[in-house]
Design a protein around this ligand. Structure first.
Ligand code: PLP
Length: 478
């Protein structure tokens, strides 16, 4: 489909490959064949696939956006969006006066750029993966590669790169009310690595026992148990963990909490419970582990400050970019009291040697330039809309289903009426491609009369999939 034309460049004859808008249209077909979604992104998807499979060799001059727009019967903006997306991803390159060409490194860019499977729908905890700020991240990465020192390519500080620790200290002070200096920050591979390090350190103390909220994230619980800790459940009510119900606090090494948005009930830990927990921690020398996994997203009001800000002497704060940018980055942070930090870093040296300086520096650049704030603001608006939409459709279709918790984060808990079996509804949803979590799976102790519930991740749900989810739920409820 690509014509070669000889063109003189100095005294060399270099064949220039060109592709016309008509040839492109003949090869790709219309935009209708790629389903729903914004036209620019659909066109980008088709072009990406073509480039990935070698349909346009490196160096090929792409047709002008205007003629592609005419041929495909779309506005020029649609084509510009598609070209810009592929420029940002590195599939195309543009030079002033030389047009837009297929990049040399197209095949090398392929595996990372195109996931082969669509992400599961409604899985709690997943952000909208399509919203990853590719262009911003690419610009940050380019900046890092142009400016980082040779020394930065070595094994760096096991606490993470100093530039990121400095930026994170500023950011967490400003947005989460953390009490924090750069030297207190340890960069980790997501909250999961922070929890694993903590579990190892707590397991090596004389109190290898941790209390968790009940219900809680089954993954976090399992991680603790697999690393040798005895796990004790403590009930959660409308104010968060019931502090008076914590059994034998003097035998506990730590308490794992999600104060900003309890997982999965969505409750915010009340001020009275915060004070009671801190008192208990100080009296019994128990470490409070604050998993601030989605603290960046609160919709109706300002985010609640972190527990660590009230009691930095007894609290470890954990967070990550898994909900704000993407889990694939494996970038998180941990802020611990000094004595704990030393042991955690010593453990990290054994397990990981050092961090990933390039990603850390790119994230530091996003924080410094304000790109991260802009992205979080954009995503907050998007998620708020999706949450309101889901709540409205649930309310209209199934008034017996009660939505629990604060309007925060990326998931909500939909409590089922007693007559409806959680298992039946879950099976139907999963058969229809919705990877919703059951509340029973999150419970440590499961009383027989406990109501069923669904933990629904809404961050990546389109309006159409919200409608479909609610209709599958309604049918299953009978
Ligand atoms: C409550 C909770 N904590 C921690 C994590 C793990 O996060 P990370 O990707 O930062 O390891 C998750 C992931 O979904 C989560 O839901």
């Amino acid at each position: 489909m690509v014509r070669n034309k000889d063109q003189s460049v100095g005294h060399f004859h270099v064949p220039i490959r060109r592709c016309s808008a008509e040839e492109l249209h003949d090869t790709l077909g219309g935009l209708e064949r790629v389903g729903a979604g914004r036209l620019g992104l659909r066109l980008a998807g088709l072009l990406r696939e073509l480039l990935r499979t070698g349909g346009l060799p490196a160096g090929t001059l792409m047709p002008p956006s205007r003629s592609v727009a005419e041929t495909f019967g779309v506005s020029r903006g649609v084509v510009v969006t598609a070209y810009e997306q592929l420029l940002a991803e590195g599939f195309l390159i543009a030079r002033q006066g030389a047009g837009t060409r297929v990049a040399d490194s197209v095949t090398a860019a392929t595996p990372a750029a195109m996931p082969s499977l669509p992400p599961p729908m409604a899985r709690p905890g997943l952000p909208d993966l399509g919203g990853f700020p590719r262009a911003r991240w690419l610009a940050a990465y380019r900046h890092v590669l142009m400016t980082m020192s040779s020394a930065d390519f070595g094994y760096g500080d096991p606490r993470g790169h100093q530039q990121l620790r400095a930026e994170l200290a500023v950011y967490l002070r400003r947005t989460r009310g953390a009490v924090i200096e750069p030297e207190r920050v340890v960069v980790v591979n997501g909250v999961a690595e922070g929890l694993a390090l903590l579990a190892d350190v707590v397991a090596a103390t004389g109190r290898p026992r941790i209390a968790v909220e009940d219900p809680a994230s089954p993954g976090a619980r399992e991680l603790m148990a697999r690393r040798g800790l005895a796990v004790v459940g403590v009930p959660v009510d409308d104010e968060g963990i019931v502090v008076d119900a914590i059994p034998e606090p003097g035998r506990l090494g730590a308490i794992l909490l999600t104060p900003a948005h309890q997982y999965p009930t969505g409750v915010i830990l009340s001020p009275a419970r915060r004070r009671a927990l801190i008192e208990l921690a100080r009296e019994h020398v128990v470490l409070l582990v604050e998993d601030d996994y989605d603290g960046a997203f609160r919709y109706a009001r300002d985010p609640v400050g972190c527990l660590q800000g009230l009691a930095p002497d007894v609290t470890v704060l954990l967070g990550s970019v898994s909900k704000t940018l993407a889990p694939a980055l494996r970038l998180g942070w941990l802020v611990a009291p000094r004595a704990w930090q030393e042991q955690l870093v010593a453990r990290r040296v054994v397990t990981s040697l050092a961090g990933q300086a390039m990603d850390e520096l790119a994230f530091a650049h996003l924080l410094l330039t304000g790109g991260y704030d802009i992205h979080v603001r954009q995503m907050r608006r998007r998620y708020h809309k999706r949450r309101m939409h889901l709540v409205a459709e649930l309310d209209a279709a199934e008034p017996e289903v009660v939505v629990r918790g604060d309007a925060s984060g990326l998931h909500l808990l939909a409590e089922l009426p007693p007559r409806v079996g959680e298992h039946t509804v879950l099976s139907s949803l999963r058969l229809n491609g919705f990877d919703v979590q059951g509340l029973a799976e999150c419970r440590v102790a499961c009383p027989p009369d406990a109501p069923g519930g669904l933990v629904i991740g809404y961050a990546a749900l389109s309006p159409g999939s919200i409608t479909r989810l609610v209709s599958v739920l309604s049918q299953a409820m009978g």
